[in-house]
Design a protein around this ligand. Structure first.
Ligand SMILES: Nc1ncnc2c1ncn2[C@@H]1O[C@H](COP(=O)(O)OP(=O)(O)OP(=O)(O)O)[C@@H](O)[C@H]1O
Length: 249
C-alpha cells in the first residue's frame, strides 16, 4: 500500500504473485480498502478472482507480496487467525453443515474458537441479516437465500471488520439479490464494515460498489468507478475475447 494512504486503509495487499499447478495465476496484484468501503472485483472466468480471495483470506500463501490488515503484515497468518482479527470470508457456494439444525450451527459457530460467544451474539448476527428461521429446523431444509443468511449471521456474530464475499448473489432470484444488496449496504455504510466483493452481476455492483477493480489473466487491467472501467477499452477487449458477446453491457 502506498505509505501516504496506508493510515486510512484497513485492509489490502501489495504485489501479490501466486503460482498454482506450475503456472503463474496472479501477477503483482495490489489493492486496498478503507473502513466501510465496498470494492467490487470483476473479470472473465479464470481471471484469478477466487485465487486472490484464497490469498487474502489466508487459505493459500502467495509466492510473493504482502497482505496487510490494520497496518500489520498478516501474509503468514493462517485463515483462522485472520478470522480472529476480523477478516471474514463467504464462498461462492453456501455450504451449510447438513447434519446440523440451525440452532446447532449457531452453537458450533459460537464455539468455533475461544472465548466462546453467547446466544446474544448469535441473535445479533441473525438480526443484522434478518434471519428468522427457527433453531430446530435442519439446515438441509433451507433455501439458497437462508443458507447465505445463516452463514453470514455466523460470521457477523464475531463482529468482523472486513468481509470478503465471493459472489454472494450466486443462485439467487432477483428479489433475493435485492435483499443481499440491502444487507451489504447496511454492513458497509451503517456498520462501517469494509467489503470486497467478487461479482459477475454488473447491476449488483452498480448499486453497492464504491470502486471496481477488473482482473484478467491474473492481472489488474482497470480500476476506478464502475462507469470508468466499463468504458475502458482494455476491459472490453478482455471480455470480448473471453466471453460471449453482450455479457458486458
Ligand atoms: N488449484 C489449482 N491448481 C492449478 N490451477 C488452478 C488452481 N485453482 C485455480 N487454478 C487456475 O487459476 C486460474 C484462475 O482461477 P480462479 O478460479 O481464481 O478464477 P476466477 O476469476 O475466480 O474464475 P471464475 O469467475 O470462473 O470463478 C484458472 O486458470 C484456474 O484454472
Amino acid at each position: 500500500m502506498p505509505t501516504n494512504t496506508s493510515s486510512v486503509a484497513l485492509f489490502g495487499c501489495r504485489d501479490i504473485a501466486l503460482d498454482l499447478g506450475g503456472r503463474q495465476i496472479l501477477h503483482n496484484i495490489s489493492l486496498q480498502v478503507s473502513r466501510g468501503e465496498v470494492l467490487g472485483i470483476i473479470g472473465p472466468n479464470g481471471a484469478g478472482k477466487t485465487s486472490l480471495f484464497e490469498v487474502l483470506s489466508g487459505r493459500i500463501r502467495p509466492k510473493r507480496g504482502q497482505v496487510e490488515f490494520e497496518g500489520r503484515d498478516v501474509t503468514t497468518l493462517p485463515l483462522h487467525q485472520r478470522a480472529r482479527l476480523g477478516i471474514g470470508r463467504t464462498f461462492q457456494t453456501p455450504v451449510v453443515p447438513d447434519e446440523l439444525t440451525v440452532g446447532e450451527t449457531f452453537k458450533a459457530a459460537r464455539q468455533a474458537y475461544k472465548p466462546y460467544l453467547t446466544r446474544f451474539d448469535a441473535e445479533y448476527g441473525a438480526e443484522v441479516v434478518s434471519f428468522k428461521v427457527a433453531p430446530d429446523v435442519p439446515t438441509v431444509k433451507l433455501d439458497a437465500l437462508d443458507r447465505r443468511k445463516l452463514l453470514l449471521a455466523c460470521l457477523l456474530m464475531r463482529r468482523p471488520k472486513i468481509l470478503l464475499m465471493d459472489e454472494p448473489a450466486a443462485g439467487l432470484i432477483n428479489s433475493e439479490v435485492d435483499e443481499i444488496d440491502q444487507h451489504i449496504r447496511l454492513l458497509s455504510k451503517d456498520m462501517n464494515i469494509s467489503v470486497i466483493i467478487v461479482e459477475h452481476r454488473i447491476e449488483l455492483l452498480e448499486t453497492i460498489a464504491d470502486r471496481v477493480m477488473v482482473m484478467d489473466a491474473g492481472e489488474t487491467i482497470s480500476e476506478g468507478s464502475l462507469a470508468h472501467v466499463l468504458s475502458d477499452p482494455k476491459v472490453h477487449a478482455a471480455y470480448f475475447e473471453n466471453v460471449v458477446e453482450g455479457a458486458l453491457r
